[in-house]
Design a protein around this ligand. Structure first.
Ligand code: TUI
Length: 314
């Protein structure tokens, strides 16, 4: 058994969060992870508040264990979704793709534990000062919107900058990654890509199949020119986008190109026009299994590695 302060803080059995993947992480997936002893997270993405409330209620109907809501701060509905979180009194709010300062009081007054993704030391210090309960340090090995730093560098720097529990994310796909995260000072992990292969994950079968077949060089990052770098599988759409990005296509045209590509991947499995967000660890994802088995398996793999770490020291 791994003993971690994040388990005591949130009332969860295993220190494993499921990443808040837009269009992917619905109430069903989040509930399956929470039922398995981890922290399931419903993703708001760009969805309207009614959808988010429905998914929270679906999760509540499927589990009595705590779960979280991820709020993507670039969403046009961020303000309304922030209010839904407070109204529904979700146990945990995680945030991504921006600075959640202006919502902190609202959530804390509702008794919610706020756990922001921080891509830098400065953001880690700010969130610590504003009363976050823990921090997620997400490195650029992750899928979706990526920061500058790698997990290997960001996690120990964030641990040095805060007294809060730190959750490592980005590039973690099995027990070795979990053990490594603890060695870097983290007391928990968040995984997104690994849960794409969960039985309860409702993405299009073609998306799941691409993840299962991915190898070490299957992902790429696009969108740096517009300041929103995104990691995805190296399929037709990001290749076309990269050409446009480096070929001098105007900003507004580039912006338009991206609209709807994520939904096309998740719901239609559209190999031509979909953007299949994925972290680098897709290469480690080789089979479909229940979400609860993923949570338990990565911890059971990590335990003997952590116990055996002393073998290097005389
Ligand atoms: O948010 C993510 N990953 C995401 S969000 C997303 S939806 C999307 N679609 C198209 C374009 C952009 C996003 C897909 N994947 N991860 C957490 C994360 N947050 N990574 C980096 C950050 C972050 C970046 C800047 C957090 C805070 C931040 O603050 C900047 C500032 O100072 O305001």
């Amino acid at each position: 058994m791994i003993v971690s302060p994040i388990c005591d803080l949130l009332g969860i059995r295993y220190p494993v969060f499921q990443g808040g993947m837009a269009w992917v992480a619905d109430g069903k997936l989040a509930a399956a992870v929470s039922e398995g002893g981890g922290l399931g997270i419903v993703a708001a993405g760009n969805a309207p508040p009614e959808y988010v409330r429905d998914q929270i209620r679906i999760a509540k109907s499927l589990t009595d264990s705590p779960f979280g809501l991820n709020i993507m701060l670039m969403s046009p509905f961020a303000d309304a979704v922030a209010q839904v979180a407070a109204d529904e009194k979700v146990a945990v709010v995680t945030t991504g793709a921006g600075n959640p300062s202006k919502y902190m009081k609202l959530w804390k007054d509702a008794g919610i534990r706020v756990i922001p993704v921080v891509p830098s030391v400065a953001m880690a210090k700010l969130m610590t000062r504003l009363g976050a309960s823990a921090l997620i340090a997400e490195g650029g090995e992750s899928g979706g919107h990526v920061g500058e730093l790698t997990t290997m560098v960001l996690v120990p720097l964030v641990c040095d900058a805060t007294d809060l529990p730190v959750i490592a994310a980005g590039g973690i796909g099995d027990g070795r990654g979990v053990a490594a995260a603890f060695m870097l000072g983290a007391c928990g992990v968040q995984m997104g890509t690994r849960f794409l292969s969960a039985e309860e994950c409702g993405i299009h079968p073609a998306y799941k199949d691409k993840i299962l077949k991915a190898n070490d060089l299957s992902t790429m990052v696009t969108g740096k020119r517009l300041g929103h770098p995104v990691r995805s599988l190296r399929t037709a759409f990001p290749r076309r986008y990269a050409k446009a990005e480096f070929g001098g296509v105007p900003d507004d045209e580039l912006e338009q190109m991206g609209v709807g590509a994520l939904r096309l991947a998740v719901q239609e499995g559209d190999a031509e026009n979909g953007c299949f967000l994925s972290g680098q660890i897709a290469a480690m994802v080789n089979r479909v299994q229940p979400a609860a088995d993923i949570v338990r398996e990565v911890i059971e793999e990590a335990e003997p590695i952590l116990r055996g770490a002393g073998k290097w020291v005389r």
